[in-house]
Design a protein around this ligand. Structure first.
Ligand SMILES: NC(=O)c1ccc[n+]([C@@H]2O[C@H](COP(=O)([O-])OP(=O)(O)OC[C@H]3O[C@@H](n4cnc5c(N)ncnc54)[C@H](O)[C@@H]3O)[C@@H](O)[C@H]2O)c1
Ligand SMILES: O=C[C@H](O)CS(=O)(=O)O
Length: 483
């Protein structure tokens, strides 16, 4: 792999300021999902290395939390600048190990840096408060203090932004961090660590451990030194980690799976709804937690919307993320491809109709055709499971009440979208949808300034926004007797 700065391509882990291999020398192979080529190897670390990373973060904590917020902010700004200065190389890494089109990967590097910039500013605003005392001899004060040593476990689909969305607020708050990135996309995480070291973060403040997820996760969850776990990934794994953290009563942030409804009402601007559908469905080849997973279309405009969405989906160029003009890359692996295929087969077997795509792409490998299915019903797998691929299943509905009931008929509650030009309906439906985030007449909702997160089994806590740093702070109440 050719980078402008080859120093970013690391095959070791950063623990306590040292770049180290696995104790037993074992490695994980990293492959390009577009062609299966090996692009690198990283340490297959386990419990022992993780224990050392936790110890390093613990040792670094007192000095780090004692720094002024201004100094922590300066280091975060330096990291932000380095990420932006190296955005092209970081995009090359993101595409090489994750498969997304290069333009999207560049966008992720910029998006990921925006969390570092945002929390550099938030670092200086962890305000407390004074409370009028009910007793004349006491004065009441509330202060915010860093939680302490934190662990972060992150997914492959945004290998840079999901790390900075956790590490930036943690460091801003005065915490130290041990990160375990996904096995599929460790190189981007290690490149971020190179830049953090270059920015001047002291040894042990930011540690990255790659390898056996179960062994590393068990240590991070079991250690009483780790006071918080922030996890982004599937609901199944989030549920497991939540249970594993119970014995040590850790503070938890969980950003989990979704099953986003995309509702189009008869009164919508259909062309705008199709634009929104393309954005909400096909970003990262449909592999984002906020991708539209179910399209609920009112009967009056069903055929028009279906036809236009299929027409636009056919125009999406499928190929390796490095190829010019590519809009859809490969699925991350064979399992991801098989899930899309299974969802399509199940829907067709139960009466759905193919409007476009519907099969593996002629390029073979992990490529799948952008697919739109009509006449989809609630007994199909796509109604209940997160497809996590380029599949747009269209459900039909008659009334607003039916649409809301269908949209809420899931254990997930991350993101939802709807298109209408009726102001009353936008309030009624916006309030009735059981989701943490709702896009109204838009298919793109993610940014660093708004609270990102879900309800029900899509998780707990919020990332980004003014709320994100609170996840890494403890509230302390001081009562002074002033006699
Ligand atoms: N809500 C969000 O912000 C958000 C963002 C991105 C992805 N996701 C969700 O993540 C899923 C796809 O990502 P994924 O395939 O990487 O999810 P995943 O749950 O399989 O893996 C996520 C992370 O957990 C680790 N992991 C897996 N099993 C573990 C264990 N037993 N102990 C410790 N760590 C373990 C993995 O190595 C990886 O680092 C989808 O469901 C998607 O909706 C949610
Ligand atoms: O997969 C979901 C991530 O959170 C991506 S984004 O924040 O919606 O860009």
């Amino acid at each position: 792999m050719n980078l402008q700065n080859m120093n970013l391509l690391r095959t070791t882990n950063l623990i306590g300021g040292q770049w180290i291999p696995a104790d037993d020398g074992q490695t994980l192979t990293v492959v390009d999902p577009a062609d299966g080529r090996e692009i690198g190897r990283v340490p297959r670390c386990g419990a022992a290395e993780t224990q050392r990373a936790i110890a390093a973060a613990d040792a670094a904590l007192p000095a780090w939390r004692a720094l002024t917020a201004r100094r922590r902010a300066q280091l975060l700004q330096a990291w932000n600048k380095l990420i932006l200065d190296h955005a092209d190389d970081l995009a090359t890494l993101i595409t090489a190990e994750g498969g997304k089109p290069l333009a999207e990967a560049k966008g992720e590097a910029i998006y990921g840096a925006s969390f570092v910039e945002w929390f550099a500013e938030e670092a200086k605003r962890t305000y407390g408060e004074s409370i009028p005392s009910p007793a004349s001899n006491t004065r009441l004060l509330v202060v915010k203090q860093p939680v302490g040593v934190c662990a972060a476990i992150t997914p492959w689909n945004f290998p840079l932004a999901m790390i900075t969305r956790k590490v930036a607020p943690a460091l801003a708050a005065g915490c130290t961090v041990v990160v375990k990135p996904a096995e599929s996309t460790p190189l981007t995480a290690l490149a971020l660590a190179v830049l953090a070291e270059q920015a001047g973060f002291p040894a042990g403040v930011f540690n990255v451990v790659t390898g056996n997820p179960v062994a590393i996760g068990n240590e991070l969850c079991a250690s009483p030194i780790v006071r918080k776990l922030s996890f982004t990934g599937s609901t199944a794994v989030g549920r497991l980690l939540m249970a594993q953290c119970a014995p040590t009563i850790k503070k938890l942030s969980l950003e989990l799976g979704g099953n986003a409804p995309f509702i189009v009402f008869d009164d919508a601007d259909v062309d705008a709804a199709v634009d929104g559908a393309i954005a909400a469905k096909y970003r990262n080849t449909g592999q984002t937690c906020v991708c539209a997973n179910r399209f609920l279309v009112q009967s009056g405009i069903y055929e028009e919307f279906a036809r236009k969405l299929a027409e636009r989906s056919r125009t999406l160029k499928v190929g390796a993320g490095t190829e010019s003009g590519v809009a859809q890359g490969p699925l991350i692996n064979a399992a991801g491809l098989a899930k899309v295929e299974a969802h399509v087969a199940d829907a067709l077997a139960k009466g759905a109709r193919v409007l476009c795509g519907g099969a593996r792409h002629e390029r073979g490998g992990n490529f799948f055709q952008p697919t739109v299915l009509a006449d989809v019903s609630r007994d199909m797998l796509v109604a209940r499971e997160e497809t996590f691929g380029p599949l747009a299943p269209l459900f039909r509905f008659e009334t607003e009440e039916e649409a809301v009931a269908m949209a809420n008929d899931t254990e997930f509650g991350l993101a939802a979208y709807f298109f209408t030009r009726d102001i009353g309906r936008s309030w009624r439906v916006g309030e009735a949808l059981e989701y943490g985030m709702v896009g109204v007449n838009t298919g793109m909702i993610s940014n660093e300034v708004a609270p990102f997160g879900g309800i029900k089994q899509s998780g707990v806590g919020r990332e980004g926004s003014k709320y994100g740093i609170e996840e890494y702070l403890e509230v302390k109440y001081l009562c002074f007797d002033v006699r």
